[in-house]
Design a protein around this ligand. Structure first.
Ligand code: ATP
Length: 228
């Protein structure tokens, strides 16, 4: 059974329709890549799933109709978003940022610190004093502290130095191998996406145009819809 099931999803920004017909599924323990060129609707899809934007169509999480719930309840069902642009509380320390997100479960200050030792070393520092990559790890850690059933990463490696990107990819691989957490992943690097994802979905102009097993994504399709 799917943990997340999206069928025929549409959404608009005022009069401008951004999503027309998006369908995607994420099963328990699965890593799914959400792909497509800039502006094709990936972030909008994630916002609709997290109920940050009104939408129509089928949106089910863990067997519950997300549209029937107020958005704050939807988050409590276990959607852990690492948003584009790594938002943290800049004036709080790393530790305070993590604790502010905490909900009961296996992810704690200790286990997040094991996944990101760099963060643990900086527990007492203000978030504003961290490098971009460290802030991204903090945003990642905050999402884990909510003990989600589905982790959604929107461009978690965007604009980061190569070494830090590698650390983030290594953390995603470790999560997959050790915890079996379901992950929905948006990223520009197809190479890394292919290594870590089980399945993929491609959006083009607000519509799902391809969905399948990641190893079966052909060069033709990726050239046409992703641009690589
Ligand atoms: P990117 O990789 O650039 O973030 P994306 O695939 O995530 O691309 P979206 O950000 O979902 O794309 O954008 C989908 C469409 O919605 C685009 O045409 C974009 O211009 C439009 N859009 C996005 N955010 C807004 C907004 N806040 N107000 C109006 N239109 C928006």
């Amino acid at each position: 059974m799917s943990l997340l099931s999206v069928q025929g999803l549409s959404a608009s920004y005022g009069a401008a329709q951004a999503l027309f017909d998006v369908s995607l599924e994420v099963a328990q323990g699965e890593v799914v890549a959400l792909m497509g060129r800039n502006g094709m609707g990936k972030t909008t899809t994630v916002k609709a799933i997290c109920r940050m934007l009104p939408s129509n169509g089928q949106l089910e999480f863990n067997g519950q109709d997300l549209h029937a719930l107020p958005s704050h309840r939807a988050a409590r069902l276990g959607l852990g978003l690492v948003p584009e642009g790594r938002r943290c509380f800049r004036d709080l320390t790393v530790r305070e940022n993590l604790l502010a997100a905490a909900r009961p479960g296996d992810w704690t200050l200790k286990t997040v610190g094991q996944l990101f030792p760099r963060l643990e070393e900086r527990h007492a520092q203000r978030a504003a004093s961290l490098s971009g990559g460290e802030q991204q790890m903090l945003a990642f850690g905050r999402a884990l502290m909510t003990n989600p059933r589905l982790l959604i990463l929107d461009e978690a490696t965007e604009g980061l130095a190569p070494l830090i990107r590698q650390e983030i990819w290594a953390a995603i691989s470790r999560l997959k191998a050790r915890t079996g957490l379901a992950i929905l992943l948006i990223d520009k690097s197809l190479k890394e996406l292919k290594q870590v994802s089980d399945r993929g979905v491609i959006l083009n102009r607000g519509e799902t145009v391809w969905a399948g097993v990641m190893s079966e994504l052909s060069p033709d399709i990726s050239e046409r819809f992703i641009g690589v």
